[in-house]
Ligand binder design. Structure first.
Ligand code: NDP
Length: 346
């Protein structure tokens, strides 16, 4: 792999180019993208240079790649919010050349050139050493989606959630966060009820550990009652709106409902009854700025007690050309299942 050679040639590397997906804005406000050669010298001015081996495709990346200014303000830009690779150089002496590392969240791939390029340059604080029992590829199958699921479980358990309290509902279960959450919560000993709108995803979710697969209507109360008979002991919600309100209303005493997404709606119309009569906790999950110590603790759990036995079974590996030509559109159309992993030529 030539790690030592890379390290010795840092001066020359300033002139080195690498392959990346580059998104440009035209003067007419249109966006175009191409796979091209970019200069390492033009990467953002941070102290840690990483050679990316794997990245992962997230919905946010497709938004960034198609010119969504809510995700990426300034173009030209290289998307990719998840990246894993090896340290080339770092201002942090603990990040030695060749060390395998993960970078997810913070500003990576949003306004900082991301994992759809063979190199990234980021602050050392963003970098998490790859846990021992995990490969770079596995870390990207987990990526931001699995980290978010792990963060939700971490917060729920911190406030007292335990498997013996009863089942956990996961909504949007066939998606990136939902499918990994189904696997991770099952692995942690919980009975998981996976809610999905896709009948074709039932076997997939059962294989991940769901004891029951239910439809989206199971987590919706169109009658808008203030409280419902308890049906679950906790939930992780990616949907928002009426679904989140229903999850709160049918959660049993002292259970926690973690909210991380809004694929259905950003709104929440609720009463205080679940909180003041049942002691239900509503927990916010925000993965991007999780403190480094917590981030590392969660990655250790994702590599250990929460690790899915066969992560590669939920992933499809691709290259930059196919990612650009096929998968960016597919994820925008909701046509992907599990995780799409980009393998760079290294
Ligand atoms: P995906 O697109 O992979 O999955 C979303 C899933 O939600 C779909 O597969 C579908 O699952 C379900 N769904 C889609 N549309 C609707 C709808 N209108 N009503 C109900 N269900 C719907 O997204 P991700 O899993 O990557 O992300 C999910 C959410 O979490 C997003 O809102 C994302 O922004 C957010 N997120 C938040 C993070 C944080 O730190 N807070 C980090 C990462 C993601 P099914 O067919 O199985 O029901």
């Amino acid at each position: 792999m030539g790690l030592a050679a890379w390290d010795l040639n840092l001066i020359n590397m300033k002139d080195t180019h690498y392959t990346a997906l580059h998104v440009k804005e035209t003067t007419e406000g249109q966006f175009s993208r191409q796979i091209t050669q970019l200069a390492i010298a033009d990467l953002p001015d941070h102290d840690t240079l990483i050679r990316v081996h794997y990245a992962a495709l997230n919905y946010k990346d497709a938004l960034s790649a198609t010119g969504n200014k809510g995700v990426t303000r300034n173009y030209p830009h290289t998307p990719g919010i998840d990246a894993a690779g090896e340290i080339v150089k770092s201002g942090d002496p603990s990040l030695t050349p060749g060390a395998p590392v993960i970078v997810t969240s913070y500003d990576l791939g949003m306004n900082t050139a991301g994992g759809f390029g063979q190199y990234i340059q980021v602050p050392a604080d963003w970098v998490v050493p790859l846990p021992q029992d995990m490969t770079l590829e596995e870390s990207m199958i987990i990526g931001t989606a699995g980290f978010t699921a792990g963060l939700a479980l971490y917060k729920m358990e911190k406030i007292g959630q335990r498997p013996e309290m009863g089942p956990i509902v996961i909504t949007g279960a066939s998606g990136g966060v939902g499918s990994l959450a189904t696997g991770i919560f099952s692995q942690a000993g919980y009975e998981v009820h996976a809610s999905t709108g896709k009948t074709e995803a039932h076997d997939f979710l059962k294989a991940l550990g769901a004891t029951e697969v239910v439809g989206r209507d199971y987590v919706q109360d169109p009658k808008n009652r203030p409280l419902l008979r308890p049906k679950w002991a906790g939930a992780l919600d990616t949907v928002g709106g009426e679904t989140l309100a229903t999850l709160l209303k049918a959660c049993s005493q002292e259970g926690s409902v973690a909210t991380c997404g809004l694929v259905g709606s950003p709104k929440l119309q609720a009463t205080v009854f679940p909180f003041i009569l049942n002691g239900v906790n509503l927990l916010g999950v925000e993965s991007a700025t999780t403190a480094r110590e917590t981030r590392m603790a969660i990655w250790e759990k994702l590599a250990g007690e929460w690790k899915l036995p066969d992560l590669t079974s939920i992933s499809t590996q691709t290259n930059l050309t196919e990612l650009n030509d096929v998968y960016l559109d597919k994820i925008l159309q909701g046509q992907t299942k599990g995780r799409i992993i980009l393998k760079h030529d290294v």
